[in-house]
Design a protein around this ligand. Structure first.
Ligand code: ADP
Ligand code: MG
Length: 724
């Protein structure tokens, strides 16, 4: 079958598609968390003492003793087997953005050859997958094949169902034989710990006596595209790289804004419903799903949870989005920029910190005292973004996200903080000395509860800021849609811990010298804003003035590519940040630089190979086929004395030939192997390879606009975006 036939057939089949067969799920209360072995289920199945022990572990992360671990494991197994599970698996989060699993059977045979099931506390707590097949950067393990997984009891186990069976999934950490973190969960847990310690110090200096453990929270908004799988199957680029490497713009794009909050097509509606039911069973609080700005783009935003659980749930959500799409005849694209010229996808990471006694510390609160706590924690975030802007940029760096950041649809590649007019003025007044406590000291009314109501109005949000205060949390908007949220959460928690420690040191000094508490707080904040206020920006982040001013006047960095961003992980200040807080040792940090750089290079390498391949075997043949038709017709007619216009034939010939010249250039450039170091390697891909890929594409996209539609082998933008 020639390319054109399969493309046209794809359209025909899609328009005649039948909806996926679905059974009606139960009511919300029937299905909510039905596949999760949560505290409520443990309470039902455990003895009082065992339950007390596990509850303490879940709530504080404190280790579970081995006899209770055995009891919990037995109850867990019983529950899982009753739900049809025959296997269990430690699920963990290696340094790729994916998840990894190692499945084991519950079953062992006894001496009579009969099958019995076995699952002990030590099997629950420790698994031993082959560590050597996961990226570990410079961490050379003593025994290279060894990596350990261990259950993270703060994240509940659950059942993963397939059509024919079920597996008990155990959220786990993944570490090397020598105890180094090989995953994204360990640093997240450590960063939360560091933030808790530093935050408790500040609260205690502020006179709080009852201070519950502080936890970070995360609510992630996930954007994604749906494309019919018939189209995707005839686009090797979508299948292998998640984005289109070729494709001329469609006559109609997103300019009408008619997709945003528009009616959701019936097939998509069914898909979303299916997703929600599955997520509810897994105890994932999916909240909203609606159309996004681009045609074919949608969003799902679960309600916020403790960051560690939210991060696990985010991975499950991405897996569910992809797997369920297949069932409905779609492919779900989580790539940051599947279509050039059409808005890409991000993942807004909403983040706050708080505890059971003081509540959300990024909420301005209602009393003058709460206002002060808030100003300190919010100030700590401002300082963190200022001091560690390049780190924040590096944790959102990926080959995919580079296509999005800095374009006029996504946050700029400059890290600044948006506070909103009122809050910005409060800090400005503190800096100018306009907001000073009365001589007698004591509490003063900053009236910040006003901010709460004002800022929560989403109409006022600055959507051009990469890092925005939104009334009771910060929204890190520059995160990529395909990314794990762990990296950004680790960076935010850790920079906050560092700033809170800085604040605590200053406060301690002032208070021990006898300074009044309110006076001391205002003094600390004054210094903080004087030193870090440059990072606060309320204007248009997309404007060229800002790009100019941010760098020349504010001293902020514009970091356009992953190649430019990753070296931040090797900076002394960043090493010091992570080792002083105990979040990542220098070796662990360095290994992350290496792994992320390698992933960047690999991603572009696959794309570049595919550009060569598709241009040579799909696009060039279509162009020459058309050219031979045209020239045959034209010369025949010329012989008959009919003067034919040869301009189209000329365009096809020159563009096809120019494209193949660029293909040759790209191939030659790809052959280079000698690089002084990783940095030179990533820079080469960012500055040379990507440019050559664009050069090939430019000619190919021009060809798409002149070659006969029925000869074109690749589904076109308007087809992929608008046919559902
Ligand atoms: P937007 O207006 O940015 O599209 P959404 O309502 O779609 O906002 O998503 C907001 C996200 O922020 C949700 O996941 C929500 O649960 C989360 N969120 C709300 N409050 C907090 C908080 N205090 N801490 C962390 N996340 C929060
Ligand atoms: Mg948002």
């Amino acid at each position: 079958m020639s390319g054109n036939e399969s493309r046209l057939q794809a359209i025909y089949q899609i328009t005649n598609r039948e909806s996926a067969a679905m059974e009606k799920a139960g009511t919300l209360s029937e299905i909510w968390a039905s596949d999760v072995f949560n505290l409520a289920k443990m309470e039902d199945s455990l003895s009082k003492n065992a339950f007390k022990a596990i509850k303490k572990t879940v709530q504080t992360g404190e280790a579970l003793d081995s006899s209770n671990a055995d009891i919990v494991a037995a109850a867990m197994k019983e529950w899982a087997v009753s739900k049809g599970a025959k296997f269990y698996s430690h699920i963990f989060y290696p340094l790729t953005h994916a998840t990894a699993e190692k499945h084991d059977g519950f079953i062992i045979t006894n001496s009579d050859g009969n099958a019995i099931t076995e699952f002990t506390g030590s099997l629950l707590i420790k698994g031993e997958p082959d560590g050597s097949s996961f990226p570990n950067g410079s961490i050379r393990m003593t025994n290279a094949a060894r990596g350990y997984t261990a259950w993270d009891p703060t994240s509940p186990v659950y059942i993963q169902e397939t059509e024919i069976g079920a597996t008990l999934m155990i959220p786990s950490v993944f570490m090397s034989w020598t105890g180094e973190a090989l995953d994204k969960k360990i640093p997240l847990l450590r960063s939360n710990d560091a933030m808790n310690k530093a935050g408790s110090r500040v609260l205690s200096l502020m006179g709080e006596t009852d201070i519950a453990p502080l936890n970070s929270s995360c609510g992630a908004e996930q954007e994604y595209f749906l494309v019919d799988s018939n189209f995707a199957n005839s686009r090797p680029d979508l299948l292998l790289t998640g984005r289109t490497l070729f494709g001329a713009p469609s006559a109609k794009g997103q300019e009408f804004d008619d997709h945003y909050f528009g009616a959701i097509p019936a097939r998509v509606q069914l898909y979303m419903q299916d997703i929600e039911d599955q997520l509810y069973k897994l105890g994932i609080p999916a909240k909203t799903s609606h159309n996004e700005v681009a045609p074919g783009q949608f969003e799902i935003a679960p309600y916020f949870e403790a960051a560690n659980v939210a991060a696990d749930h985010q991975q499950q959500l991405m897996t569910t989005l992809k797997a369920t799409a297949k069932k409905h005849g779609f492919i779900c694209l989580l790539h940051e920029k599947p279509f050039a010229g059409i808005n890409g996808s991000g993942k807004h990471v909403n983040w706050s910190v708080g505890n059971a006694t003081q509540g959300n510390l990024l909420d301005p609160g209602q009393t003058p005292h709460d206002n002060l706590n808030f100003l300190l924690f919010c100030g700590a975030v401002i300082r963190g973004v200022h001091k560690f802007g390049p780190l924040l940029r590096s944790v959102i760096a990926s080959a995919g996200n580079d296509h999005r950041l800095g374009a006029n649809e996504a946050p700029p590649a400059i890290l600044s903080v948006y506070l909103g007019e009122q809050l910005e003025k409060v800090y400005e007044d503190i800096k100018e000395g306009k907001l000073t406590p009365s001589k007698a000291g004591g509490e003063m009314d900053l009236g910040l509860s006003q901010i709460l109501n004002f800022e929560r109005d989403p109409g006022d949000r600055n959507r051009t800021s990469p890092f925005a205060f939104t009334g009771n949390r910060f929204e890190f908007r520059a995160v990529g849609s395909a990314q794990s949220v762990s990296g950004p959460l680790v960076a935010m928690n850790t920079m906050l811990a560092d700033s809170l420690n800085w604040i605590a040191d200053k406060l301690e000094g002032a208070l021990s010298g006898g300074t009044d508490k309110t006076v001391a707080v205002i003094e600390v904040l004054k210094q903080l804003i004087e030193e870090n206020g440059n990072v606060v920006f309320g204007g248009d982040g997309y404007s060229s003035e800002w790009h100019e001013k941010a760098v020349s006047e504010r001293g902020l960095k514009n970091i356009p590519t992953t190649a430019d961003a990753l070296p931040a992980l090797q900076e002394e200040s960043v090493k010091e940040l992570f080792s002083s807080t105990g979040v990542l040792s220098p070796i662990e940090l360095e290994s992350r630089y290496e792994v992320y750089a390698e992933q960047y290079i690999l991603a572009i390498e696959v794309e570049a190979k595919l550009v060569v391949d598709m241009a040579t075997t799909m696009i060039y043949p279509a162009a020459t086929r058309y050219l031979s038709e045209l020239t045959m017709t034209n010369s025949g007619l010329n012989e008959m004395g009919i003067e034919m216009d040869n301009s189209i034939a000329m365009t096809v010939a020159t563009e096809a030939s120019a494209m193949m010249t660029e293909v040759a250039n790209l191939k030659e450039a790809m052959a280079k192997e000698d690089f002084a170091d990783t940095d030179e390697h990533t820079q080469y891909f960012a500055n040379t390879i990507l440019g050559l890929m664009v050069a090939v594409r430019t000619h190919a996209d021009t060809l798409e606009t002149v070659v006969a539609d029925e000869l074109w082998p690749l589904p076109k933008y308007h087809e992929m975006l608008f046919i559902k």
